[in-house]
Design a protein around this ligand. Structure first.
Ligand SMILES: O=C(O)CCC(=O)C(=O)O
Ligand SMILES: [Fe+2]
Length: 265
C-alpha cells in the first residue's frame, strides 16, 4: 500500500541503516550494544541471527523508554495504520464487529502485541538473506527500499518490487487461522529474502495476539453461525511457527525440516 503522507519513514530508514554499526556511528549505531539481557526477554534487543540477518527489535511496552522518540512515534503511527488495515480486512471477511477485539487479541483497537523490528543483511555471510517463513501474527507492515524480498506463488518464488513509496503488507498465520472458515479466507504468505551481496536494511511492524505468561489472548477461528472458536494459545502458535521457520528454502512447499531455532519473533 502507498505510504500515508502523515507517516514519516525517514527516521526508521536511518535506524535500519545504523543500528548494527556500533557506538561510533551516531545517532543509532549504539543500539548494537543493547542485548536481550537489558530487556529481560531473550527475544528482544540486538541479535546476530542465522542466515545473513541481524536485528534490533523491541516489543511495544519498551518503545517509549528505549527507542529514540522519533522511532517510538513511528512505531505508534504504524500501530494505528495496522489497526486500520486489519479492521478493513475483518469487515471484508464478514466477522461481526463485536467479535473483532477477541478475534485479534486486541489488535482491532491497537491493544494487541506489537514488535518493531529492524533488519540488516550482512553481505559477508555466504548464506540466504532470510529463510522462507510465514509471519506468525495478523499483519506485518514492511518497509523495504532495496530488492530481495520474494513471495511463494504456487510452485515458484516471485520477486516483490522494492517501491520506496509503498509499504509491503503481509498477513500472518494468526490471520490465516482466524479467517480459514470464512467465505474469503486470507492466506498467510510464505516469503524469504534472497542472498544479498551488498548491505540491505529493512524494518517491519508486527501485530499479533498477546502471549505474555498469564495474559495469553489466544488464537481463534471465526465460524459463521458458531462465532469464535479458540484454536490454541498465542505462545503455542509462535513456538510451532519457529519450528517451521527455517524449514527450507529450496521450494515454497519444501517439507524438509531442520531443528527449530526458536529465536525469531
Ligand atoms: O527484510 C525483508 O524484506 C523481510 C523481513 C521479514 O520477512 C521478517 O522480518 O519477517
Ligand atoms: Fe517475514
Amino acid at each position: 500500500m502507498e505510504i500515508p503522507a502523515e507517516i514519516d519513514v525517514s527516521a526508521g530508514d536511518a535506524f535500519a541503516q545504523q543500528f548494527y554499526r556500533g557506538p561510533s556511528t551516531a545517532p543509532y549505531g549504539r543500539f548494537s550494544t543493547l542485548g536481550s539481557d537489558r530487556f529481560g526477554d531473550p527475544l528482544l534487543g540486538f541479535h546476530q541471527r542465522i542466515n545473513q540477518i541481524e536485528q534490533f527489535l523491541l516489543e511495544r511496552r519498551f518503545w517509549a523508554t528505549d527507542y529514540p522518540r522519533e522511532i517510538a512515534a513511528l512505531g505508534e503511527a504504524l500501530t494505528r495504520l495496522s489497526e486500520q488495515v486489519l479492521c478493513s480486512v475483518l469487515r471484508h471477511v464478514g466477522i461481526p464487529e463485536q467479535d473483532w477485539a477477541r478475534a485479534t487479541g486486541g489488535c482491532s483497537r491497537s491493544e494487541g502485541a506489537y514488535h518493531l523490528t529492524f533488519n540488516h543483511y550482512r553481505p559477508a555471510h555466504e548464506d540466504i538473506g532470510l529463510s522462507s517463513h510465514k509471519d506468525d501474527g495478523y499483519l506485518t507492515i514492511l518497509r523495504t527500499t532495496s530488492p530481495g524480498l520474494e513471495v511463494a506463488r504456487g510452485d515458484h518464488w516471485e520477486v516483490v518490487p522494492a517501491d520506496p513509496d509503498c509499504f509491503v503488507i503481509n498477513f500472518g498465520l494468526a490471520m490465516e487461522i482466524l479467517t480459514s472458515a470464512c467465505d474469503t479466507p486470507v492466506a498467510a504468505i510464505m516469503h524469504r529474502v534472497a542472498r544479498q551481496r551488498e548491505d540491505r536494511s529493512s524494518y517491519g511492524h508486527f501485530a499479533s495476539s498477546g502471549c505474555l505468561p498469564g495474559q495469553d489472548q489466544g488464537i481463534y477461528r471465526y465460524v459463521q453461525g458458531a462465532g469464535l472458536e479458540r484454536v490454541c494459545g498465542s505462545r503455542e502458535l509462535i513456538d510451532e511457527n519457529d519450528y517451521e521457520i527455517y524449514a527450507g528454502t529450496e521450494a515454497p512447499n519444501a517439507s524438509a525440516r531442520t531443528t527449530g531455532k526458536g529465536d525469531r519473533e
